[in-house]
Design a protein around this ligand. Structure first.
Ligand SMILES: Nc1ncnc2c1ncn2[C@@H]1O[C@H](COP(=O)(O)OP(=O)(O)OP(=O)(O)O)[C@@H](O)[C@H]1O
Ligand SMILES: [Mg+2]
Length: 305
């Protein structure tokens, strides 16, 4: 299957249908711990109704039309990569979903029903968690303090450090996150470990949809692998994930679908398994002739004009 039609234009695919081996269970509670190595890799949780659907969403900033008629669907147990060139509208799209920039036109559907997301609180209340690139972690505070920042547990008016530490360990263990100690400051963790702590923090509210903005952008090979493993675990646990990335290797490694934005508009939604990296890059750049496709053509013996 190719993701380009005969005219060379990217083809919008339909969302995958439910099939054998797919389950429609709601996301598991984070309190249920999967035994190590028992992650249900073959059991991909994909719901029939998308958790989130954008229908004809547009957003303008003054003279800049950042998004035009954008469509997007994300199902439970599915990782959708959102890709596009600089300025394509990825961050704007995420911010409309997260309630930072309310949409001008179109409809946002949550579990099949139209909803209004006008502020971050609306998104959180629905079950949407966003991990922004700057992570917003406090370097001088330990892991427990960061996980519960802004939602500290108290017992008779005093911080319940024992319970917060217990829950932190449980959460990190559930997500198979390896940190030397939950009582060390964030400053002494690696970039990959920080990223996983930031993602773990977003899990505390047990969101149905997790949006990750360039989670591996500043990471080395091993740290990237650690974060991508965590993304896989989120999917295994039935969460829907939107992953913004510029890295095609990451997209190919963990995403099920890739949605391409170009100049604020949809430019194709592709099944990752059956689409080549070159096809995705062509959709991003809007050209079928570029260095990547020419190189691919040379290596396969085809002539590109
Ligand atoms: N708050 C804002 N005010 C005015 N214009 C904005 C604002 N936010 C984004 N834009 C504009 O909207 C367009 C899309 O920007 P956006 O940040 O969504 O792109 P992006 O795909 O995230 O790019 P990058 O890969 O560089 O992060 C750009 O032209 C940008 O200048
Ligand atoms: Mg951006």
């Amino acid at each position: 299957m190719t993701a380009l039609d005969s005219s060379g234009a990217p083809r919008i695919i339909q969302p995958r249908k439910l099939g054998a081996g797919r389950r429609t269970d709601p996301p598991k509670s984070l309190c249920t711990t999967l035994p190590p190595g028992q992650a249900a890799k073959e059991m991909v949780h994909v719901s029939a109704t998308p958790v989130l659907a954008l229908r004809g969403v547009s957003k303008r900033f003054g003279a800049v039309q950042a998004l035009t008629d954008v469509e997007l669907e994300v199902h439970a147990g599915e990782v959708v990569a959102l890709v596009g060139d600089n300025g394509a509208g990825k961050s704007t799209l995420v911010k409309t979903i997260a309630g930072v920039h309310p949409i001008d036109e179109g409809v946002i559907e949550w579990e099949g029903k139209a909803v209004s997301i006008n502020r971050p609180h609306d998104a959180q209340a629905l079950g949407i968690a966003t991990v922004y690139q700057d992570l917003a972690l406090c370097d001088n505070i330990d892991v427990v303090g960061n996980l519960f920042l802004g939602r500290e547990l108290k017992k008779r008016g005093i911080l319940d450090e024992v319970e917060m530490e217990r829950r932190s360990r449980e959460l990190l263990q559930t997500l198979s996150i390896r940190i030397p100690s939950v009582r060390i400051p964030i400053a002494s963790l690696s970039g990959g470990q920080r990223q996983t702590v930031a993602i773990a923090r977003s899990m505390l509210g047990e969101p149905k949809l997790v949006i990750l903005d360039e989670p591996t952008a500043a990471l080395g090979v091993e740290q990237t692998a650690q974060v991508l493993d965590l993304v896989e675990r989120l999917r295994e646990r039935g969460h829907a994930v939107i992953l913004i990335s510029h890295n095609m290797a990451d997209v190919k490694a963990v995403a099920d679908k890739v949605a391409v934005l170009r100049l604020g508009k949809n430019n194709g939604v592709f099944e990752v398994k059956t689409t080549s990296q070159e096809e995705i890059i062509s959709a991003i750049t809007g050209a079928t002739d570029n260095a990547v496709t020419r190189r691919a053509a040379r290596t396969t013996g085809e002539v590109s004009k």
